[in-house]
Design a protein around this ligand. Structure first.
Ligand code: 13P
Ligand code: ZN
Length: 271
C-alpha cells in the first residue's frame, strides 16, 4: 500500500487549512472541513474494512452509509494540520446503519471528528440531493464576513444584494446567493438540520455572528466561494462608513449574470 501522507487528498487538506489559517479566518480551532473521498482512491492507501475505532455520531447519517470522508478533528488548530496531519485529521467511513463513524486513519492522539459533524454530514446529504457532484463542506470564521454580521441586516435578500454590489464577479461566483441563519448554538444537531435545510437552496450559509458554511465539488471551488464572499465583505467593511458615490446597478448585475449564463436569484435584485 502507498503511504497515506503522499495521497493527493491529504496534501490538499494540508494546503487548504494552512491557507485559511494564514488568511486569519481560522483562529485557534475555529473552522472545520469535510471532504468525501472515492472508495477506490482510499483503497490505494488504507484497508477500508479494518477500522481503528468506531465513534458514534449522535445522529442518523444512513443515506451516507459506506461513504468515506477526510475530516478535521475537534479542538484541532488549522495551523497544526500541515505539520501533523495524522493527529489533526481523520479519515472516517460511515457505518452501515449510519449511526457511527469508523475511523480508518488519523486522530492519532485519541481525538475525534469536528463537533460540527452534524452540520457537515447533513449538509452533504442536502447538497447531494440537488447536486450529485458535491464533495466538500467547509466551515470558517472569515474576519470581514463576521464583522459584517454586526452592522448589516441578517436578511438573505439584503445581505446577498449588498455582497453582489461589492465586486463585479460576485453575482457570477454565487448567483444562488447566500442563505442566513440567526445566531444558534453551534455543535448541535439542531444547527445541523437548519444548515442542511438552507443547503438545499444555497451553497453558502451564514451562521449569524459565528461564521460561514460553503459547499462545492472540490476544495478549490468551495474555498473560492467563501473567499469571494469574504472579499466582498471586506470591501463593504472598508466603505460602509463612507459616502457611497458609485455602485454596481441592478441592471448591470442582470447583464453580468446573463453574459456569464448563470442561473441567478432574480428575486434578490430590485428590477
Ligand atoms: P471544532 O474544533 O469542533 O471543529 O469546532 C470549531 C468551530 O468552528 C465550531 O463552530
Ligand atoms: Zn465555528
Amino acid at each position: 500500500m502507498k503511504d497515506i501522507l503522499t495521497a493527493p487528498f491529504v496534501e490538499e487538506m494540508r494546503r487548504t487549512t494552512a491557507n485559511m489559517y494564514r488568511l486569519g479566518w481560522d483562529e485557534r480551532n475555529g473552522g472545520n472541513i469535510s471532504y468525501m473521498l472515492e472508495e477506490a482512491e482510499v483503497r490505494e492507501y488504507l484497508n477500508i474494512d479494518a477500522p481503528l475505532r468506531t465513534i458514534p455520531t449522535g445522529f442518523n447519517a444512513q443515506p451516507l452509509a459506506g461513504k468515506i470522508f477526510i475530516v478535521t478533528g475537534t479542538g484541532k488548530y488549522f495551523k497544526n494540520v500541515d505539520p501533523d496531519p495524522e493527529t489533526n485529521l481523520g479519515i472516517i467511513k460511515i457505518s452501515a446503519d449510519g449511526s457511527a463513524a469508523e475511523l480508518l486513519w488519523g486522530y492519532k492522539d485519541g481525538g475525534k471528528f469536528t463537533s460540527e459533524l452534524p452540520a457537515h454530514l447533513m449538509s452533504h446529504m442536502a447538497r447531494l440531493s440537488v447536486d450529485p457532484e458535491n464533495r466538500v463542506v467547509i466551515h470558517s470564521h472569515p474576519t470581514n464576513t463576521l464583522a459584517m454580521n454586526y452592522v448589516h441586516e441578517l436578511d438573505e435578500k439584503k445581505l446577498t444584494h449588498t455582497l453582489w454590489e461589492m465586486c463585479t464577479e460576485c453575482i457570477v461566483v454565487f448567483p444562488d446567493g447566500v442563505g442566513v441563519l440567526p445566531w444558534m448554538l453551534c455543535g448541535t444537531n439542531e444547527i445541523g438540520e437548519a444548515t442542511a435545510e438552507k443547503m438545499k437552496e444555497f451553497r453558502l450559509v451564514i451562521w449569524g455572528m459565528h461564521g460561514i458554511y460553503g459547499a462545492g465539488k472540490n476544495l478549490d471551488e468551495t474555498f473560492g466561494l467563501i473567499e469571494t464572499v469574504e472579499k466582498a465583505a471586506q470591501i463593504y467593511m472598508l466603505t460602509a462608513h463612507l459616502p457611497r458615490i458609485n455602485t454596481i446597478k441592478d441592471e448591470e448585475m442582470k447583464v453580468l449574470a446573463e453574459a456569464f449564463g448563470v442561473e441567478y436569484r432574480k428575486d434578490f435584485l430590485n428590477l
